[in-house]
Design a protein. Structure first.
Length: 425
């Protein structure tokens, strides 16, 4: 009830962090272009397969002086996979421990990014070459306040060669998206969800430009080909954004949604990374890239430990928008007050000093079990904090608590106002 809401607001206010003046407003009034990197793990970045870079474009992008690259950024998804990642980045609320909030909580009240940005004049749109019903997107996007959803109906999907298992392949997807992007009034907040690099990573060999790996485990071996394809598709799209002039007034955010190679493939992955995959190393593999490009922003490699829950407050601050009145369970990664304990959905966590995995604590740098009593005490404190954070977020989602609180200046979303059918828009 509303008492619970008061507890939650007190909590989220207590974890909200002052913006870093060096970055606050660095992307003020710019378009936001999110690029969802399907199943993309961070080990792919700068990885060389048989001496050849797998993702040469993204590797060059992270060296751009206006790019921030976070190399200790973790996915925090559970069974909801892609939808959990989206849920976090739109709301800074955790996905649920079981199932997908996208499916079970589609009718909740949300204060999501599209609705927050609306009062600053932003149009919002999602682009995705799969059916709109997948993950219940066509319903929950309305609750998030998305004005446009360009799903498979908006794309030409008649050529078999252009299709992946979950929709239109990334190259035709981005190509065909362009005409729609250009129609959006600026500034816009847009998200492009790719599908080419999705398990089981099978691809028409005529479209590949890198050899498979040779571990003997097909999904691991093929993963490099679909990742390379995604890299090329993104390179082409960025080129088009440059040609159209959008690149110069847009903030680009790339994030990996969740792991692509599950623990079932550890044997093959050991050959790829050249290390035994212990629970500690398996946790290290849960890193996904976070890459933010903003024209004229001071870039660099940022080693802060962060997770998907932190994306929204980080983004709002880069846009020069205050986030403290919103109920958000992450904090701005760029803030000097940022608290670098990264919760996983099951109550485990990582931090620069301690990893907590499956009721065991490890030294974050050596991977050895913690033995020092003070360290263990600290680890237990962190664990309590993580559990409390998850618990309060679940309270909000399960109790639909945002019904009871509307931040100052925020206009409540009216989902029935949106219709994503092609002929209507
Ligand atoms: C499908 C896509 C895949 O539309 O987003 O979702 P996933 O299987 O990765 O959760
Ligand atoms: Mn996914």
């Amino acid at each position: 009830d509303s008492d619970d809401m008061t507890e939650v607001i007190n909590y989220t206010k207590s974890i909200s962090a002052e913006p870093n003046p060096e970055y606050f407003g660095a992307a003020k009034e710019m378009n936001v272009i999110y690029i969802h990197l399907e199943s993309f793990q961070n080990f792919l970045m700068n990885y060389k397969l048989n001496g050849e870079e797998v993702t040469p474009f993204l590797n060059s992008l992270i060296k751009d002086p206006n790019t921030l690259y976070f190399d200790n950024f973790f996915h925090e998804t559970a069974q909801g996979k892609t939808s959990d990642a989206e849920f976090m980045l739109e709301n800074s609320l955790f996905g649920l421990p079981q199932g997908s909030a996208f499916i079970t909580k589609g009718q909740n009240t949300y204060q999501s990014a599209p609705a927050i940005l609306k009062k600053d004049g932003y149009t919002s749109a999602v682009f995705h070459g799969n059916n709109g019903t997948f993950w219940n997107r066509n319903e929950i996007y309305k609750s998030f306040g998305y004005e446009h959803f360009f799903d498979a109906n908006y794309y030409d999907t008649t050529s078999k060669e252009d299709m992946a298992e979950y929709g239109l392949l990334d190259k035709p997807f981005f190509e065909q998206s362009l005409e729609y992007v250009k129609t959006l009034p600026q500034p816009f907040y847009a998200k492009f969800i790719t599908v080419g690099n999705h398990y089981p990573y099978k691809m028409n060999q005529n479209l590949t430009t890198i050899d498979k790996a040779d571990t003997g485990d097909a999904s691991v071996d093929d993963y490099f080909q679909t990742a390379r394809y995604a890299d090329e598709a993104i390179e082409q799209f960025i080129g088009e954004l440059q040609n159209s002039g959008l690149y110069d007034n847009s903030m680009l955010v790339f994030y990996g949604d969740h792991y692509g190679i599950s623990e079932n493939h550890n044997k093959a992955m050991e050959q790829i990374i050249g290390k035994e995959i212990t629970p500690y190393e398996s946790t290290n593999l849960q890193r996904v890239p976070l890459i933010i490009h903003v024209p004229e922003m001071q870039g660099g490699v940022n080693h802060t430990y962060g997770g998907q829950i932190d994306l929204l407050p980080t983004l709002l601050h880069l846009l020069g928008i205050d986030s403290q009145d919103y109920v958000q369970f992450g904090t701005d990664i760029l803030s000097k007050e940022y608290n670098d304990i990264v919760p996983f959905r099951n109550g485990d966590y990582v931090s620069p000093t301690i990893y907590s995995i499956d009721e065991k604590f490890y030294d974050a740098t050596t991977g050895l079990p913690l033995v020092d009593d003070n360290q263990i005490q600290k680890a237990n404190e962190y664990k309590k904090r993580v559990e409390n954070r998850l618990h309060l977020s679940d309270k909000v989602v399960n109790g639909d608590l945002l019904r009871f609180y509307t931040p100052a200046g925020f206009t409540k979303v009216n989902p029935s106002q949106y219709n994503y059918n092609k002929d209507v828009t």
